[in-house]
Design a binder for this molecule. Structure first.
Ligand code: AMP
Ligand code: ZN
Length: 487
């Protein structure tokens, strides 16, 4: 069962064979750091976290590079507005990003290069591009000539003549072709700048990734990723620059994740419809974000709606309840655990299905559905309400926990303390459904008093009232309540 990946370059699924057996070089275009990042920006980080973990699970050593763009117009403008240096501003938001990244429990990348640390390498690369006849200089600006690169358009499937026909009127007259792009530009006042053979200036956007890839990973890499919006022109231009400079194929596989939308619109800062990851995690929980994203395939668009959030909370409640039961059973039973081969065989059959799903272009949606099958199978063992649990129940609980932990680690999911997570999910539901917690607790107390006095009828009336409020009661040892979730 080979690993297959959808390659945007060939527009089809292809068997994945790394350049060097057992090693994978992976580069993902990272964020421009001038503000808190929105949850859409995190789809790449969450998706590629699973991709790298899955490749590692299959005995590959992965070197993952995720860059920070810290030289950019947006950063310069924001820094000037706030009266701070671009370095101060970008370092502040890199720290904030890393805080979110760590809260999400994603695996640290091997390298997080900043553009400002790679200026000499960028300059070297531009020199080589010019030497190889792919660039030209006009008034201190260095441009890449797309007509000099035969394969231009191979990734985006755009043809040069169609591009030119579609070009709007305000063409930069300096350029030989309207789609030629800048490699180096002269600095304006109040902008960070560096010395170069073409005068003081700063690099264009696209060259940064080409230079960081080459410096850290080498001339050719296995997988290059990013959001679909980067496919053209950013990635198309990266290919043109790198291949013109190195005369080698740049990236074997191009992997693009689709967008996160709010309703029908793309979530983006310019549309003002963003929710930052920080706000999301404060209002909901990072676990909800990861589960939500991974329950869809990375190449499908996803809209965030209240319904989807409620479904996710419901699914997570089911999963964490099963994990809580497993913990409780392991603690309660003192005897040595006994294995149930039938249960183990079922989990193994899901292992095979998950392997097939992830080998098929990292189909995390299917993976999540088989994890859920595992939860269902565990619940179907039916010992939840048994007063005395036995050694087989303990054996199944241990096997289930180990199994969940394996996929949990891969996805950065299911590793929180189950009871803490269940009560957090309850709190979120209370907020989302606008439930008056004090009133609920008062009613539950009253109902318990009626029950103690054997006033069953009054107790039932209160139960019905609570049910109407969306509250579910459980009358076990803990006389508890929780918000009902539709399953
Ligand atoms: P930027 O900081 O705008 O360069 O974006 C950083 C990364 O987030 C890029 O890979 C973008 O493709 C990606 N991105 C931006 N908006 C969204 C969105 N709404 N959904 C998914 N990915 C996005
Ligand atoms: Zn990039």
């Amino acid at each position: 069962m080979a690993q297959v990946i959808y390659n945007s370059l060939t527009a089809k699924k292809e068997k994945f064979v790394p350049l060097k057996e057992g090693e994978v070089k992976l580069y993902l275009c990272g964020p421009t750091v001038y503000d808190f990042l929105h949850i859409g920006n995190f789809r790449g980080a969450i998706t590629f976290n699973l991709i790298r973990n899955w490749l590692e699970f299959n005995n590959n050593k992965v070197t993952f590079v995720y860059n920070y763009t810290d030289v950019d117009d947006k950063i310069i403008n924001r820094a000037n507005e706030q009266g701070v240096s671009t370095k101060e501003l970008s370092e502040k938001y890199i720290k904030e990003f890393e805080k979110d990244f760590n809260t999400l429990g994603l695996k640290k990348h091997e390298h997080n290069p900043r553009v400002s640390d790679y200026i000499p390498q960028i300059i070297e690369m531009i020199k080589d591009i010019l030497k190889n006849g792919h660039g030209y200089i006009i008034g201190g600006e260095v441009y890449f000539s797309i007509e000099s690169f035969e394969n231009y358009g191979a990734l985006s499937k755009k043809k040069l003549d169609e591009l030119e026909a579609g070009q709007r009127a305000e063409v930069d007259v300096k350029k030989k072709n309207p789609f030629d792009f800048v490699l180096w530009k002269p600095a304006k006042p109040n902008e960070p700048s560096w010395d170069s053979p073409w005068g003081k200036g700063r690099p264009g956007w696209h060259i940064e990734c080409s230079a960081m890839v080459k410096s850290i990973l080498g001339e050719s890499i296995d997988i290059h990723g990013g959001g679909v919006d980067l496919l053209f022109p950013h990635h198309e231009n990266e290919i043109a620059q790198s291949e013109s400079c190195n005369c080698k194929k740049y990236a074997n596989f191009w992997v693009h994740n689709e967008f996160i939308n709010f309703g029908a619109e793309k979530m983006s800062k310019s549309l003002g419809n963003v929710i930052t990851c920080r706000n999301f995690m404060e209002k909901y929980n990072g676990e909800i974000l990861k589960y939500l994203f991974l329950s869809a395939h990375y190449r499908t668009q996803m809209s965030i709606t209240d319904d989807k959030l409620l479904q996710t909370i419901s699914a997570l409640s089911r999963i964490y309840s099963a994990l809580a039961l497993a913990d409780q059973t392991i603690n309660e039973v003192n005897e040595e655990a006994v294995l149930d081969n039938g249960f183990i065989k079922k989990l193994e059959s899901f292992d095979n299905k998950i392997k097939k799903a992830l080998n098929d272009d990292f189909n995390s949606a299917e993976m999540i559905s088989f994890i859920f099958e595992g939860v269902r199978t565990f619940n179907a063992l039916g010992f939840k309400n048994k007063k005395k649990k036995n050694a087989v129940h303990k054996g199944c609980s241990e096997a289930f926990k180990t199994w969940m932990n394996k996929y949990g680690k891969m996805c950065a999911l299911f590793v929180d303390d189950p009871n803490t997570m269940l009560s957090e999910l309850d709190q979120i539901l209370i907020q989302m459904r606008d439930i008056d917690k004090n009133k609920v607790e008062e009613l539950v107390k009253k109902r318990n008093e009626h029950r103690e006095n054997k006033a069953w009828e009054q107790a039932d009336i209160i139960r019905a009232e609570l049910e109407d409020m969306g509250i579910e009661l459980f009358d076990g040892n803990d006389k508890g309540w929780r918000v009902k979730v539709n399953e």
